[in-house]
Design a binder for this molecule. Structure first.
Ligand code: DGY
Length: 325
């Protein structure tokens, strides 16, 4: 490099299909490289890490000290393009005081839209109805395929952060009877939404609909299990837009089969991708979507933009737009 040339950092974006909106922000100041394959294997990504200044880590491969070691001494910043950080060894980043960004908030609305969709689809038996049609079992009649009402219902949120609150805002128009939520602490925003803080056991017992909207941590892994499912109403609908491992999936399958609960709407499951022979797929009362919560054009654009700004700021040594706290 001659003295007149401006230094251009090198940034690895780990998925070639990352929205151009974010990638173009990086390109203004950096040379951007991608792995060849879509999706790339983690090995392929790891081979590209040495020598880069920043990484936009798109996807849920383990992001840990191994990546930081491979990137040393040039690597200065990493941002994920996700809200959930369960695949990131955040303790290791903290220990090394290494700049780490993520992209919460911009996806709240899209995930909430999908959660309401799953609530209605599961409560009103959409999947079972389609199976009836496909199998020539359309019977009809006043008692056929009756589902659950939302009007007057108790809607419970396990976790009432940005996504839980966005779901509640949407449901304001559905004449819900009451909103309740559980979590570590009461939320100041809950008062405006008319949501009451309750212990988790009360939430499970009283809710007609239960939304799971908490991060996956050691404290929330298998938070829904055979025992907690038994606390729920047999008429209850469970919706999970967080992470599959928050539910003990075998226990859920059993509960859906024997009527412990009425139905489930799941955006997330264990493992992902779900094997085609999974028991979950055999259940008429499980509505399953392949992890599409944030999958809208605008939301993915916004996530890529936030992640790009995070990486640029981190490389420059400035505070990130959305640092992981
Ligand atoms: C998230 O942002 O955590 C979503 O699950 C998509 O990755």
């Amino acid at each position: 490099m001659t003295s007149k040339e401006v230094w251009r950092p090198k940034v690895l974006v780990t998925n070639k299909e990352t929205p151009e909106k974010g990638v173009n922000i990086l390109r203004q100041k950096c040379d951007v490289i991608f792995p060849e394959n879509v999706p790339a294997t983690r090995d392929e990504i790891m081979k590209l890490v040495p020598g880069v200044d920043g990484i936009m880590w798109v996807g849920h491969y383990a992001l840990n000290g191994e990546v930081l070691d491979a990137g040393a001494p040039t690597l200065k910043a990493i941002s994920t393009m996700s809200a959930g950080m369960d695949y990131v060894d955040v303790a290791e980043f903290k220990r090394r005081n290494f700049p780490l960004g993520y992209t919460p908030t911009v996806l709240n609305e899209a995930v909430a839209d999908e959660a309401v969709g799953l609530m209605i689809a599961a409560g009103r038996r959409f999947h079972e109805g389609l199976l009836k049609i496909e199998n020539g079992k359309w019977q009809g009649g006043p008692q056929w395929m009756l589902g659950r009402d939302i009007k007057g219902s108790t809607v419970g949120f396990i976790g009432f952060g940005g996504i839980g609150q966005a779901i509640a805002r949407r449901l304001k128009g559905f004449d819900v009877g009451q909103f309740i939520y559980s979590g570590r602490n009461p939320k100041p925003e809950a008062a405006d939404l008319g949501a009451k803080f309750v212990p988790q056991s009360a939430l499970l017992k009283e809710s007609d609909y239960v939304f799971i909207a908490v991060p996956l941590t050691n404290a929330t892994r298998h938070l829904i299990n055979a025992a907690t499912l038994r606390q729920m109403k047999p008429t209850a609908v469970l919706v999970n837009v967080a992470r599959g491992e928050i539910i003990d999936q075998d226990a859920l399958v059993a509960a859906l089969k024997d009527g412990t609960i009425f139905a489930a709407g799941l955006d997330v499951m264990t493992p992902e991708p779900l094997p085609v022979d999974s028991e979950l797929l055999k259940l008429p009362n499980a509505v399953i979507v392949p992890h599409l919560g944030s999958a809208t054009i605008r939301t993915r654009d916004d996530m890529s933009v936030v992640a790009a700004h995070n990486v640029l700021a981190g490389i420059e040594g400035s505070p990130m737009l959305s640092p992981y706290p």
